[in-house]
Design a protein around this ligand. Structure first.
Ligand code: ARG
Length: 478
């Protein structure tokens, strides 16, 4: 038999059990929220005289010094105590004795962990929202400096119609705006206190649940104790909001990867934020957007893990729920790191006006404009479309030939033809014509830009409202 057998003779079955069930290795990340939640609960207990004023003082002071010790890195969490909640309670009891033992009155780890996780998610949503706004600001700034730059717009990744680069960049802005709105919305549902739900049925201690929720600056208390200890909707919603955000970042990243290739050449890779090849001396690689693209898969995996975990769980608390944390933390870390990286990348990247403009001249991109124009002679659009399709096929991608044929068609259809009518086949004209709300004309894009700037201002206000709430955690723990 191997001398390195898995089951060492000294280890008791209980050690094995703890090794498998202990979560403090990862849930220690919740310590700040756990301590703040305990302080809030202590106040609620003091209000109904389960803790005397003096005991409340002892407990809150001790919790503050535990927070101080943890933040300095001088606390070693004990896996034998299972999770962060039991570890902190043990430190408290060691520090103050009986008042510490009273703290768990009317509370279970089931409502405690739900509270801690909500407080953590609330802050993560605030931080991620702030990072989204930074990327939005960068997009607006790049859109501003991209004034007048034209590139091909694509459908099916085929040249379709010319667009302004600022319009293209702002398209990503609005996707991020929906991500931002989703996170603010999710914030509201997360920001509710489950404390007082006990293990599952509520508590016989006559505490006022709003005492803790107010101290934590939360927006009220949950309605049903069974629901409260089993509800992880806020975790799933957050993972979804982050996944969709990452999907958006992955699409943007994909474009940056494509655009930095020799075939496109629209984007110049920032030197500091791209790598060379260990073998090919001439190479420069878009590692950063490639990694963001790749990391989006992790976030989606995290979401699926959480949903699968929740599926078919009976009421109320089940230990399965402990498995919600690692994927949730991973989704948060991945999204935040990706946002940060992509913002730096965009800030440092530059666009090649000439390459984009040249590319926009390829692919008969004004064919729709010709068809549109022919309808002014009374031709139904479908008929005009058919005529232009014919000449497009005949010209086989040759711009000059297309123009000659277009000229002919226009003369045939239009009695009072003016050569200036052919101007409509210019790329600039094609852009200028699309001036409807949300279109790519300079005028429409300027209006859009103003709206985007207003959104940024509103988003900043939303983030600062969120911050006012999340800041109470540090306020409580000192
Ligand atoms: N560590 C657990 C979790 O993360 C909370 C503990 C609840 N345990 C229990 N035996 N009721 O979900």
């Amino acid at each position: 038999m191997s001398s390195r057998s898995i089951r060492s003779p000294q280890r008791s079955p209980n050690d094995e059990f703890l090794r498998f069930t202990s979560s403090v290795g990862f849930d220690q990340r919740l310590w700040r929220y756990d301590i703040a939640g305990s302080m809030a609960h202590a106040h609620a207990l003091a209000k109904v005289e389960v803790l005397s004023e003096d005991e409340l003082k002892q407990v809150t002071q001790a919790l503050r010094s535990i927070a101080d010790a943890i933040s300095k890195g001088s606390v070693r969490f004990d896996p034998a105590l299972e999770d962060v909640h039991m570890n902190i309670e043990k430190l408290l009891v060691d520090a103050v004795g009986d008042p510490g033992k009273k703290l768990h009155s009317g509370r279970s780890r089931n409502d405690q962990v739900s509270l801690d996780l909500r407080l953590m998610v609330r802050e993560a949503l605030k931080d991620t929202s702030a990072l989204v706004v930074r990327l939005q600001e960068e997009l607006v700034e790049k859109a501003r400096t991209a004034s007048g730059m034209i590139l091909p717009g694509y459908t099916h990744l085929q040249h379709a119609q010319p667009v302004l680069l600022s319009h293209h960049l702002l398209a990503h802005f609005w996707k991020l705006q929906r991500d931002f709105d989703r996170m603010s919305d999710c914030f509201k549902r997360t920001d509710i206190s489950p404390l007082g739900s006990g293990a599952l049925a509520g508590t016989g201690f006559k505490i006022d649940r709003t005492v803790a929720s107010k101290l934590l600056a939360m927006d009220g208390v949950t309605e049903n104790s069974l629901d409260s200890v089993s509800d992880r909707d806020f975790a799933a919603e957050t993972a979804f909001a982050l996944s969709l955000l990452m999907v958006h970042l992955s699409s943007f990243s994909e474009e940056l990867v494509l655009w930095s290739s020799s075939e496109f050449g629209f984007v110049k890779l920032p030197k500091q934020l791209s790598s060379g090849s260990s073998m090919m001396p001439q190479k420069r690689n878009p590692d950063l957007p490639e990694l963001v693209r790749g990391k989006s898969g992790r976030t989606i995996g995290d979401l699926v893990t959480i949903l699968t975990l929740l599926k078919s769980l009976p009421l109320a608390y089940n230990r399965d729920l402990q498995e919600d944390k690692e994927p949730l933390f991973d989704a948060i870390d991945t999204a935040q790191a990706s946002l940060d990286a992509l913002t730096s990348f965009l800030r440092a990247a530059s666009f090649d006006r000439v390459r984009m403009r040249k590319s926009a001249e390829v692919g008969l991109m004004t064919a729709t404009d010709l068809a549109d124009f022919l309808t002014t002679t009374g031709l139904p659009f479908r008929t005009a479309h058919g005529l232009v399709k014919e000449i497009a096929e005949k010209s086989d991608g040759d711009e000059r030939r297309f123009r000659q044929l277009a000229d002919k068609v226009i003369r045939e259809q239009l009695k009072d033809f003016r050569t200036s009518d052919l101007q409509l086949l210019s790329i600039e004209k094609a852009i200028e014509r699309r001036s409807t709300e949300g279109g790519t004309s300079q005028e429409a894009v300027s209006r859009q830009m103003e709206k985007a700037k207003t959104k940024v201002r509103q988003n900043k206000k939303t983030v600062s409202d969120m911050t006012a709430k999340t800041a109470v955690i540090d306020g409580l723990i000192g």
